[in-house]
Design a protein around this ligand. Sequence first.
Ligand SMILES: *Cc1c(COP(=O)(O)O)cnc(C)c1O
Length: 404
Amino acid sequence: MAEKSAVTRQDHDRTILPVYAPAQFIPVKGKGSRVWDQQGNEYVDFAAGIAVTALGHCHPALVKALHEQGETLWHLSNVFTNEPALRLAQKLIDATFADRVFFANSGAEANEAAFKLARYYAAHRHSPYKSKIIAFHNAFHGRTFFTVTVGGQPKYSDGFGPKPADIVHVPFNDLDAVKAVIDDHTCAIVVEPVQGEGGVTPATQEFMQGLRELCDKHQALLVLDEVQSGMGRSGKLFSYMHYGVKPDIITTAKALGGGFPVSAMLATEEVASVMEPGKHGSTYGGNPLACAVAGAALDIINTPEVLSGVTERREKFIQALEAINEEFGLFKAVRGQGLLIGAELADTYKNRAGDFLKAAAESGLMILVAGPNVIRFAPSLVIEFADISEGMERFKQAIRKVVA
Ligand SMILES: *Cc1c(COP(=O)(O)O)cnc(C)c1O
């Protein structure tokens, strides 16, 4: 076997498109909620690859599914269908409101499909002028040009020329603001049940219910981006299940493959029925390897043990963060849903979330931020309780370094 050549963090800055600023160390191995870098330093993982490795690193059931499918059939394209995709589609349909599934490879692609479907449905069923999409400030829906435009953050969407038109942004959790802009030319409201990148803010019950009513009144579709909040992270399989609100379309990605790239858009039969062969597609979408791994992940995540375990682990996180707050007065709010937790920094530490992330890494802990003022935790849904305690000890060490 050919020797692998040595690579270093400096190589990143020379070879990779300069759109990322990764940590100074390179992780090389992971098991459960622990990760090791090139130098052999060990980290507790409260980040899970940004809410992706929901069953920890190298979960034996996922490794087995990948290995078995890897020795059976890797790829066909959609010129043929395949067994793992059909099995996964049926599981997602059985577990949700949905009747139809479209597979893709990333959150952005699932959202791209959802937004195109919403526009197409409105044009087909109602009128070609029914194209307005209502979305929210600080939303994040991915980096394709349509999805980045529906996301409400100009810093991500500006500078690339003319944007897709007829997209309106209003404040999140503000029903009156939606009422002021919705009309019969609106094809969809697009919303994250818990804004992830935007600061880990859950939608209120009143807001979600109100959005559904407004959609019904104006024959618009309710499209929920569950790319981050879905697949058990909220403590239910999908976050919408907390609200008792039935969406028309949802999207899921991140945790769907537990670390293998795969995403899905789920829709009702009524909405899906306007599509026809050739209207949309993806070479890799529904790839057998991806769907085999996702099927194994779903079987484990969608069980009472794992889902109720999320709620128990959330309590442990919240307790630890409250204790930390008593000692350091660091946070003004701790919020989120399930194991998507945001701790908003007190004004004394304004704009310093990145400093805590860096200090945490130096103390052997991987965490995330959601903007400059929110520290975000999105650990494995099955993280060991001992790993939570150890991670919180390391977090305290990191805090001492920053506040000293
Ligand atoms: C991460 C994320 C996306 C984009 O997913 P990619 O796989 O990076 O394309 C879209 N929506 C939400 C809510 C996300 O958190």
